[in-house]
Design a protein around this ligand. Structure first.
Ligand code: PLP
Length: 457
């Protein structure tokens, strides 16, 4: 296939594509917040692909760091060697994560799903090491997404992504979650009180499992499935306290929210919550190389080191030196350019605050029911009726249509369906690189408003 040919639904491609119904233009270049296809069309990447890119596209320092590593040493197997880049970068990441992971360890993978698998197995092994051999269940929340491998799917609540694989996945309990725009308690206080009701569900689920729960996993700020839902004050703290009281490890899935995306190094920092295990990916390498990381607290690491002494789990490409060189250079760039502060939507003058104000203006649009989020992670939820919050019929695919209309206008956003009940409900995820400017936001939001109007026609 020539470089300049797009894949259309009717075109044969040697790639097993994600959809045989959509067209895929051939991307050839990226710089800053922009991507270009082979036809010269420019796109503003308003969703950082899928909340991946945090530092902008085409940053030369990252490519240089990867090249230097590839020239020096491209790969060794983690059963035989460690590497200087792995040791130095792991220490830097623990430092970035702060007090919670002081004296802890990092396990490097190639992405989010591998990291979630690793975290689940680590939780089980920790419990076995400390003599809690009955504990093997991992509770998670409905309307969540933790990855596409079977273990990660078993702890995910995303109905559409699980549906056909259900007979193949191990089922553990899913608990309710605060989603203030559609709160089941009809609250009027931003879920301050009912956040506690949702936390109490976890306690009940742990008690109902008769001492078999090893861990509870959650996205501190919901990612794609629910769309940037921020937890009410007190909820995460109560959840953490419940886990601690019941000997259940708390796993924070920060694949999407980690590495500065929400305006803190990690989203849990907004609420001073200390997870036992933290999983991150996406922004970790900003997409420059496949990379994920699992951070474990000293307590968890010590239990294994002083217990059986071996973590019986691994992927060939753990700690891949070129991916680590990319991640390390990205971390340096984030710190030098003060991008976490840029992503802080509570900080006066930050670009994230500018984004928040600009997106809030979309509430005026007829089909926009809610605008929510934090930092540089936002969602726009659509409704057919603002008063009743009735969603569009799922077959209309309003999110997909508005994303397509935006793409035609040269604007990339991330459409999702199912936020209401796993099937109905449409929203767009907005997660631009932190190097976006006020003018670019202004242009993007104007295009988005027009795209939403076009989708409603
Ligand atoms: C919260 C969360 N966890 C896990 C994953 C899976 O990560 P990956 O697609 O890198 O395997 C994702 C991906 O979107 C995610 O958003």
């Amino acid at each position: 296939m020539p470089e300049s040919t797009a894949i259309h639904p009717s075109t044969y491609s040697a790639i097993l594509r994600r959809s045989f119904r959509n067209a895929f233009p051939p991307a050839v270049r990226g710089e800053g917040v922009y991507l270009w296809d082979a036809h010269g069309k420019q796109y503003l990447d308003f969703s950082g692909s899928a909340a991946v890119n945090f530092i902008g596209h085409g940053v030369a320092e990252i490519a240089a760091a990867m090249t230097a590593q590839a020239k020096q040493l491209e790969f060794v197997h983690s059963s035989q060697f460690t590497t200087p880049v792995a040791e130095e970068y792991a220490a830097e990441l623990l430092g970035f994560a702060g007090k919670t992971f002081e004296g802890g360890c990092v396990y490097f993978t190639c992405g989010g799903s591998e990291s979630v698998e690793t975290a689940i197995k680590l939780a089980r092994q920790y419990q076995v090491e400390i003599g809690q051999t009955k504990r093997h269940q991992v509770i998670s929340r409905g309307q969540s997404y933790h990855g596409s491998t079977l273990g990660a799917l078993s702890v995910s609540g995303n109905k559409r992504r699980r549906e056909i694989y259900l007979p193949m996945v191990r089922e553990f309990a899913h608990v309710g979650f605060p989603y203030c725009y559609r709160c089941a308690f009809d609250c009027t206080d931003g879920c301050r009180n009912c956040g506690q009701e949702y936390a109490a569900e976890l306690q009940k689920a742990i008690e109902a499992a008769n001492g078999e729960v090893a861990a509870f996993m959650l996205e501190p700020v919901s990612g794609a499935t629910l769309g940037a839902v921020v937890p009410p004050p007190g909820y995460l703290q109560t959840v953490a306290a419940i886990c601690q009281r019941h000997g259940v490890l708390l796993i924070a899935d920060e694949v999407m929210t980690g590495m500065g995306r929400t305006g803190r190094n990690f989203a849990v920092d907004h609420w001073d919550v200390a997870p036992d295990i933290l999983v991150t990916a996406k922004g970790l390498s900003s997409g420059y190389a496949p990379l994920g990381a699992v951070m474990v607290s000293k307590r968890v690491a010590d239990a294994i080191a002083q217990g059986s002494g071996a973590f019986l789990h691994g992927f060939t490409y753990n700690s891949h030196p070129i991916s680590l060189a990319a991640g390390r250079a990205v971390l340096r760039f984030v710190q030098e350019q003060k991008l976490v502060r840029a992503a802080d939507s509570e900080h006066q003058g930050s670009i994230a605050l500018g984004l928040r104000h600009a997106l809030e203006s979309l509430r005026e649009a007829k089909s926009v029911g809610d605008v929510r989020g934090i930092g540089l992670l936002w969602a726009v939820e659509f409704v057919a009726d603002k008063d009743t919050k009735r969603p569009f019929a799922a077959q209309l695919n309003f999110a997909g249509r508005s994303a397509l209309a935006a793409m035609k206008r040269g604007l990339l956003v991330y459409p999702m369906q199912g936020c209401v009940d796993g099937v109905e409900g449409d929203h767009l995820l907005i997660a631009p690189p932190a190097v976006i400017t006020a003018e670019q936001i202004d242009w993007a939001v104007k295009q988005l408003r027009k795209a939403i109007e076009e989708a409603a026609l």
